[in-house]
Write a protein that binds this ligand. Structure first.
Ligand code: HEM
Length: 402
């Protein structure tokens, strides 16, 4: 089969539960041109090279044929290049805590533990739960709402918008114009909501990130009103739609590998390497679909013409046998585990310290407190997105909760 066919198959819903054999086929052609003129890059070395290449842009306005339909809001810094990207990322970081010395995030450990304890207590009077709806979704959502200063009771409203934005991200099945329209409507609704909230925080600032952004008058500040909205929307969506999949994929992997559950109970510190291995083995972000070549770029003998769309298949790169030994085996004891779960280069995940800590605490507590947990169905029902991939529900049974 032609490589183009393989890439299309990966996006078909029927392959959502196990796309990994298809990635292995895709790597047979490290840089493959698709029928729509885009280039899919699937091997570790080539993806890393492009993540660090300044000729690769994250700004879709650089496409030879930029999308006709406006997105509804300008891009947040995830969709901008330096120097604009750097200014907005730096400004946001001032109110979030630096990524590699995560003082602020580490200080949240007790609060995260309190939230997860409450959620697990909530399923203690039953013998059956849905890990997604009961634990993995409400946990990071509560955290990102507190961090940003968004009232938790408003969550059901933007839950719908965040989901709509993610489900319509990247390639998928269905009418493209209809998907673009749904996406734009959701982006605009979320933008309106955040605009009003930012205004309220400007009048009456608190100790939260949104208040920090609207009142910042430091060397890079202030952000424009629109920049505040796009930044907050990005953080809210990232906080909603990624960690949920890491925790759920983690629980699924633990239940498929009872030895892992057993070891985590005896060696709680193993959760740190478990989460790293999950980011390699079952990463929530499977693709970065949004890059653009600013020049002709030759990689693995293929020249990607200027203006082309580039898709980086992160999940494929992290299972590249040229990079990692025995890539299809879940092994938390790997001495060397460089994965692409958080991307790389200037756009390396801003929330990585928080996401890591959330997943470590959630999975550690689930392993410790659930007695004899079992999967009700394997594979579980997946969410539609092939880009942000994870189960929609993960029903489990257990004897009791300690
Ligand atoms: C960027 C993954 C959680 C905020 C990224 C990128 C990846 C990623 C792959 C690179 C995007 C690109 O290069 O285009 C993940 C995963 C998470 C997670 C797997 C959870 C397990 C979070 C959380 C937040 C967050 C909780 C917010 C607090 C961001 C932001 C960017 C980003 C703002 C853009 C950074 C930039 O453009 O400089 N994330 N993320 N992420 N992530 Fe995360």
């Amino acid at each position: 089969m032609e490589p183009a066919g393989i890439y299309e198959q990966i996006h078909q819903f029927s392959n959502r539960a196990d796309p990994y054999p298809l990635y292995a086929e895709l790597r047979g052609t490290p840089v493959s041109r698709q029928e729509d003129g885009s280039y899919v890059v699937s091997t570790y070395r080539e993806i890393v090279a492009l993540l660090h290449d300044p000729r690769v842009s994250s700004d879709r306005r650089n496409l030879a044929h930029p999308p006709a339909a406006a997105e509804g809001l300008p891009a947040a810094f995830i969709g901008l290049d330096p120097p604009e990207h750097d200014r907005l990322r730096r400004l946001t970081m001032r109110h979030f805590g630096p990524p590699h010395a995560p003082g602020k995030v580490d200080g949240m450990r007790a609060e995260l533990l309190e939230i997860i304890t409450g959620l697990i207590d909530g399923i203690a009077d039953r013998k059956r739960a849905d890990i997604v709806d009961d634990i993995a979704y409400p946990f990071p959502v509560t955290v990102i709402c507190r961090l940003l200063g968004v009232p938790r009771e408003d969550e059901p409203r933007f839950h719908v918008w965040a989901e709509e934005i993610v489900e319509t991200l990247g390639p998928g099945e269905g009418d493209m114009a209809e998907r673009a329209r749904r996406r734009q409507a959701a982006v605009l609704a979320l933008g309106r909501y955040l605009g009003e909230l930012a205004e309220a925080h400007r009048r009456d600032p608190g100790d939260d990130l949104l208040s920090g952004l609207v009142t910042d008058d430091g060397p890079d500040g202030p952000m424009s009103a629109t920049e505040v909205i796009t930044t907050a929307a990005m953080l809210l969506v990232a906080g909603h739609e990624t960690t949920v999949n890491l925790v759920t994929n983690g629980m699924l992997t633990m239940l498929r590998n009872p030895w892992l559950l057993e070891r985590l109970r005896k060696e709680p510190d193993l959760v740190v390497h478990t989460v790293e291995e999950l980011l390699r083995f079952e990463p929530p972000v499977q693709f970065l679909p949004q890059r653009v070549a600013l020049d002709d770029i030759t990689v693995a003998g293929v020249t990607i013409p200027k203006g082309s769309s580039i898709v980086l298949a992160l999940a494929s790169g992290s299972r590249d046998p040229a990079h990692v030994q025995d890539p299809d085996r879940f092994n938390p004891d790997r001495a060397y585990n460089q994965h692409l779960g958080f991307g790389g280069g200037v756009h390396h995940c801003f929330g990585a310290p928080l996401a890591r800590l959330e997943a470590q605490i959630a999975l550690g507590e689930l392993a410790r407190r659930l007695v004899n947990p079992r999967l009700v169905a394997d594979p579980p029902a997946y969410r539609p997105s092939s880009t942000l991939r994870g189960p929609r529900h993960l029903d489990i049974e257990y004897d009791h909760v300690t």
